[in-house]
Design a binder for this molecule. Sequence first.
Ligand code: GLU
Length: 485
Amino acid sequence: MDNVKVRFAPSPTGPLHIGGARSALFNYLLARRYGGKMVLRIEDTDLERSSRQSEVNIIESLKWLGINWDEGPDVGGDFGPYRQTERLNIYTNYAKELIEKGLAYRCYCSEEELEGQRQAFIAKGELPRYSGCCRNLTKEQEEKFLQEGRKPVVRFKVPADQLVVIDDLVRGTVTFESNGIGDYVIIKSDGIPTYNFAAVIDDYLMQITHVIRAEEHLSNTPRQVMVYEALGWKLPKFAHISLILGKDKTKMSKRHGATSVVQYKEQGYLPEAVVNFLALLGWSSGGEEEIFTMEQLIEQFSLDRVAKNPAVFDMEKLKWINGYYIRQSSVERITDLAIPFLQDAGYLPQDITPEQYEWTKLVVTSVQEKIHSLQEIIDFMKLFVGEKVEFENEEAKLVLKEEQVPRVIEALRTKINEMDIIEPEGVKKALKAITKETKLGGRKVFMPIRVALTGQMHGPDLHYIIAILGKELVEKRLKHTLSKN
Ligand code: GLU
């Protein structure tokens, strides 16, 4: 495919949503796969709900995911401006052209009149729609309306008895009847274009070749196609990607988990895990493989492997993928990412010393294999901080009643006291030495020490726990648990 040019066209009315991020990703992958270009266009024509804050959130979320673009409000480009509110005169001029050609017209109906028309259709048992009553106004009638102070909208004249056929790259051929579509507004009375008009003008002028967007826009597409045809423009290719459903097969919503990208970042998901997961919401490679880096996705992505049926948002799968990328990352990277979580939870101060950094690194090393998100580190922290230990259950308590325990604890105290610096390798050796010297098996040594220090029978490697606790806390915890027994 040559000269592929795609766009992601969010409305900045809230933070970047998971569904929007997936649309952006699919566009990005197609562009990069074919050496094409990607545009970021901000569709801010809903003046009430749009904000710069949302635009900033969208841009930052996309960048966090590793999605970038060649043209956009922040990077410029030859086809700008890239915010629709900065292009209003362009839309007005095309609306004028359509009016002059008799393909659009000004409509002066008030809200009440429109409602009356809708009710009349309903009374006749027909679909409520606009009646078309302003289609053929004379100059004099228009003058009169203007003198009454009415502000017109511009409506597109929907041709009667036409079939609008869309060859969708994902959904196949989809046909709509024009008779079901009333003449729709393309410019509102305040001069602001509607989505269905502005998107067409921009997609054409920005030379977009592929329009990839959510399935919920499929019903808008015939309206857009009619505008292309009225202006004599070549259609881009369309691809409408399926809805994202929750596990219960209802539309993905807050009930199913976080819906915005930034929430996933805040919960400790890595960008490459979110990208990998989003790609699998509708796309598959055809094989069993589920782990794909951005580079692999760029190499393999194609629209013909995008499924028609809805994608199901499976949180467990996201966690699994995130756990995979956490394990694959260097300890340093995960440490850097974990620090803000530990700071927020009060386990680290805002300014950390080199010692605190090293300590955090040990914590991360001990749990890196076990966590599925950075946030989960917090769940482990009670193992590593504080003087007191809670037994997780009666079974754990019983471990400390075993007859060898006093000997084992004594041996541990001696070893720890002998050490100048407590670091994992040294502790590991010391623990091994205790099993030898006491002639006890591993379990009989390790389990009571683990329970005495953490109250739990499972957890991260013991030599890490001891190194993280340090001499002082080890002693305090031993005292505390042994006094309870
Ligand atoms: N602004 C629209 C939205 O955010 C864009 C739809 C499209 O890609 O055409 O849903």
